[in-house]
Design a protein around this ligand. Structure first.
Ligand code: SAH
Length: 360
């Protein structure tokens, strides 16, 4: 008997890898498509369900691979309909995903790492530190398991890689997951136009991502001077603003698409009219959208949300310079599901307090 946890998860293999495994066993390579359709389109959770495969092949797959799944530890619904899932991974770490209904859209915000090592000053996930990178299967399972829990008439229309972790610091597994997400033949068939990846600003990986995929790019900016940005986002010391913005200007992004810049508004820190004018100058000539996110508080955080009038003034300053600006309304903040509030609360409940909980 094999122990399930030691067998590789079949959802971590891409189609080419499955094909070569099949060919090594003198099986037809087209079986790889059948297997992937079962996994990603029909949501199979066992090889015995794969009734169009010969029984011997099903048995061989069973011996070689697992189809392990994360456990849904909690599913909490906020007053505004936002749903936060806490998933338990096989090594007892936990990660969060957030389903955000909005008019005709249903967006799922997924995690790419357990914890995060970038130490952004205003983010709850940063307080945990990096536990580990997620595997492609663990990134995809957040979509598969959330989808499974929905009523048959609702569909996830958009995916945003804005949950726990820095997707570009886990580039190979994130790319592998994106390939399966966007594969319209045997994968999840989500259009890359409906996928947005948010990054803290890792310049070399941004260039690679734009070369290798068609997904939308969002960049966490949060400050328009190096001095302030380095205080808020320590990664700025490695990739300072000039280099990051130059990279954005040189990206081969199609005319109709735009980079999104995220700017979390921190009362009294980066929200003055002068900050808005500096931001406008920094981005001048770039085809972009700006998302303003009034900071979401979490226990132990020192930052304050600016008054609505300040937020509006910031927006107007940018609009007057011709920018397209959205103010992101906090979603699910009563269940700590909003931007920057994810911290894998199971760690706290399991009596292993995160640094955040210990400090709070
Ligand atoms: N690591 C990626 C994606 C995760 S966070 C990144 O940095 O882009 C998604 C967005 O939420 C980022 O723009 C992040 O800076 C922002 N954010 C983090 N903490 C926040 C908070 N407390 N309030 C509002 N936005 C926050």
């Amino acid at each position: 008997m094999y122990c399930a946890v030691t067998k590789p998860n079949i959802k971590d293999l891409n189609r080419e890898e499955l094909e070569s495994w099949l060919m090594g066993r003198r099986e037809a390579p087209f079986r790889a498509s059948q297997i992937q359709k079962w996994l990603f389109q029909k949501g199979a959770t066992s090889f015995s369900e794969m009734t169009n495969l010969p029984v011997e092949l099903r048995n061989a797959l069973e011996e070689e691979f697992s189809i392990s799944r994360p456990a849904i530890l909690t599913r909490r619904e906020a007053r505004d309909g936002t749903i936060k899932f806490l998933f338990g991974l096989s090594d007892s770490l936990s990660i969060e995903s957030v389903l955000i209904p909005e008019r005709e859209r249903l967006a799922l915000c997924i995690s790419t790492q357990a914890g995060c090592g970038f130490g952004c000053a205003f983010c709850a996930t940063a307080q945990m530190g990096l536990k580990r990178n997620l595997r492609a299967s663990e990134i995809l399972d957040q979509i598969l398991e959330s989808r499974r829990s929905l009523s048959p008439d609702s569909r996830i229309t958009h995916v945003v890689l804005m949950g726990m972790g820095e997707p570009l610091a886990n580039y190979p597994q994130t790319l592998r997951a994106l390939r399966i997400m966007t594969d319209s033949d045997t994968g999840l068939a989500i259009s890359p136009r409906r996928i947005t990846l948010s990054t803290v600003g890792l310049v070399p990986q941004i260039k690679k991502l734009v070369e290798e995929t068609q997904v939308n790019l969002a960049i966490s900016l949060h400050a328009a001077t190096d001095d302030l940005r380095s205080k808020l986002l320590p990664v700025n010391r490695k990739y300072p603003l000039a280099e990051l913005i130059e990279c954005c200007r040189s990206l081969p992004i199609p005319k109709r698409r735009r980079i999104t810049f995220e700017y979390t508004l921190l009362g009294g820190v980066n929200d003055s009219p002068e900050d808005a004018r500096r931001l406008a100058r920094l981005l001048s000539g770039l085809r972009c959208k700006i998302n303003l996110i009034p900071v979401n508080p979490f226990p132990g955080s020192a930052f304050q949300r600016p008054a609505p009038a300040e937020v509006e003034r910031f927006r107007e300053t940018l609009c007057a310079k011709g920018y397209q600006v959205n103010i992101r309304v906090p979603r699910g903040d009563d269940i700590e599901a909003a931007c920057g509030q994810l911290h894998g609360e199971q760690n706290v409940m399991a009596g292993r307090p995160s640094r955040l909980a210990a400090a709070g």
